[in-house]
Ligand binder design. Structure first.
Ligand SMILES: *Cc1c(COP(=O)(O)O)cnc(C)c1O
Length: 390
C-alpha cells in the first residue's frame, strides 16, 4: 500500500500503540481478582476525565446504549423533557425519549447554530412541568458545541436535571461535570478516548441518583442502581468487555500523563488549524462561532458533491473522512480530529481535502493553505484554549 491509512472521522478514531498492545492481552476472568484490579485502576482516571467525585459506570454498549440507559433510569413514562435538537444526535434524544413514553418539547436549532441559555431558560419558565434538559455537549452531525456550562447555570437552581451526551466532547473539550452542574454525563469509547467502539461510560450527580431511586428500576439489563453497587465493589453486573477495560486503563494513563489541560490545548490548536486551512482554501465552515473541538464541518462549494471528494481523498491520499448527516449528507465534509490524532494527521486531512475537491470539480486551493493552517496551530497552541486557567 502506497499510503498509510488515516482515519480522520468523528469516531471511530485511530489507536495509540500502548492501547493496541493492551487490547491484545489474553483474557482474564471478569469475576476474579485480576479484573478487580483493572476496575480499581480505572475509577480514579474516569473521575478525573469526567471531573466528578461520583462513580463513573462502564456499560457494555455503544454510546447510544448509555443515552438509552440515562432516559430509562431517570424518567418515568409520561414525564416531560426538553430536548435540544441541533442535529442528528439531538434528534436521537427525542426518539429515545418518545420510545419510552416521555412527553418531549423540542428546541430545534438551525444547522450550525448552538442553543442559547436564554432560549432554554425561556422554555423552562414557560413550562414548570419539564423535568430535564437533554442536550449534546458537542453535536457531532454539524460540529456545533452547545454551551453546557451556561445551561448548567440555568438548571442547577431549579428542579430540572441537565442530561448531557458528551460522546464527542469528553476528553476533547472541557465538560467538568461537577463544576458545571451536569446531572448526567455520558460518553462512548470510540471518540475522544482512543479506544475501539463497544464501551460506554456514564455518571450521575447526587440529585440524579435521587431521581433514579424515585423512579425505581425498570430495566433488567441497564439497571444503573444495581450497576453502581457492583461498580463500588469493582465489579460489573454482567460479563464486561474485559479487553476494552484493559485498554481504557492505558488510555486513562495517557490522559493523566498529558493532563486534560494539555489534551484540550492540543484539540483547540488542531481545531484552529483545520478551520484556518479550510478558510484559506476559500471554503465555508458550517459552525461559525460555537464549534466543536474534535471535528470540523466544512461546506462544499456549490455543485460539488462531498461523496466524490471523500472517495478521491481516500483513494488518492489514504485519508478517510466523513460526509454530512441527514440533509447535509452531500454538502458537507466532516474532518475528524479527535482521539489519537495530531497536527500532521490534520495537515494530511487538509491536503486530502484539496485533492478530493480537485477531483470533484477542478477546484484549486490557494497555495498558502498549509502555511496558514500551521501558523494557526502554532498561535493557538501558544495562546491556549478559551477558559483555560492562566
Ligand atoms: C457518535 C455519537 C453518538 C452515537 O454513538 P454510538 O456509539 O454510535 O452509539 C451519539 N451522540 C454523539 C454526540 C456522537 O458523537
Amino acid at each position: 500500500m502506497l499510503n498509510k491509512l488515516r482515519l480522520l472521522t468523528p469516531g471511530p478514531t485511530p489507536l495509540p500503540e500502548e492501547v493496541r498492545l493492551a487490547l491484545a492481552k489474553d483474557m482474564i476472568h471478569h469475576r476474579k481478582q485480576d479484573f478487580v484490579r483493572v476496575m480499581e485502576r480505572i475509577q480514579p482516571g474516569l473521575q478525573y476525565l469526567f471531573g466528578t467525585s461520583q462513580q463513573v459506570l462502564p456499560l457494555s454498549c455503544s454510546g447510544t446504549g448509555a443515552m438509552h440507559a440515562a432516559v430509562t433510569n431517570l424518567f418515568a413514562p409520561g414525564e416531560k423533557v426538553l430536548v435540544v435538537e441541533g442535529g442528528k444526535f439531538g434528534e436521537r434524544w427525542r426518539e429515545i425519549a418518545e420510545s419510552q413514553g416521555l412527553a418531549v418539547t423540542s428546541l430545534v436549532t438551525e444547522n450550525g447554530h448552538a442553543v442559547t441559555d436564554a432560549a432554554v431558560r425561556e422554555a423552562l419558565d414557560a413550562d414548570p412541568s419539564i423535568a430535564a434538559v437533554l442536550v449534546q455537549a458537542s453535536e457531532t452531525s454539524t460540529g456545533v458545541l452547545h454551551p453546557v456550562r451556561e445551561l448548567g447555570a440555568v438548571t442547577r437552581d431549579r428542579n430540572v436535571l441537565l442530561v448531557v451526551d458528551g460522546i464527542s466532547a469528553v476528553g476533547i473539550s472541557p465538560c467538568p461535570m461537577d463544576a458545571w452542574g451536569v446531572d448526567c454525563l455520558l460518553t462512548g469509547s470510540q471518540k475522544g478516548l482512543m479506544l475501539p467502539p463497544g464501551l460506554a461510560l456514564l455518571s450521575l450527580s447526587a440529585r440524579a441518583w435521587d431521581k433514579v431511586r424515585a423512579v425505581g428500576p425498570k430495566n433488567f439489563y441497564f439497571n444503573l442502581l444495581a450497576e453502581r453497587d457492583k461498580s463500588l465493589a469493582n465489579q460489573t453486573l454482567f460479563t464486561s468487555p474485559v479487553n476494552l477495560l484493559q485498554g481504557l486503563a492505558v488510555s486513562l494513563d495517557l490522559f493523566r500523563e498529558q493532563t486534560l489541560e494539555g489534551v484540550f490545548r492540543k484539540q483547540w490548536a488542531m481545531t484552529a488549524m483545520v478551520r484556518a486551512g479550510a478558510a484559506s482554501m476559500g471554503l465555508e465552515l458550517l459552525a461559525k462561532t460555537h464549534f466543536t473541538w474534535g471535528l470540523t464541518s466544512i461546506r462544499m462549494p456549490a455543485g460539488i458533491d462531498s461523496s466524490v471528494v471523500l472517495k478521491a481523498a481516500a483513494e488518492q491520499c489514504g485519508v478517510v473522512m466523513a460526509g454530512g448527516q441527514g440533509e447535509l449528507k452531500r454538502c458537507v465534509v466532516r474532518l475528524g480530529h479527535m482521539g489519537h490524532v495530531d497536527w500532521a494527521d490534520a495537515l494530511a486531512g487538509l491536503h486530502a481535502l484539496k485533492v478530493g475537491l480537485a477531483a470533484a470539480g477542478g477546484y484549486s486551493a490557494a497555495r498558502s493553505y498549509m502555511e496558514d493552517a500551521m501558523a494557526a496551530y502554532d498561535g493557538a497552541l501558544e495562546e491556549g484554549y478559551p477558559g483555560m486557567k492562566a
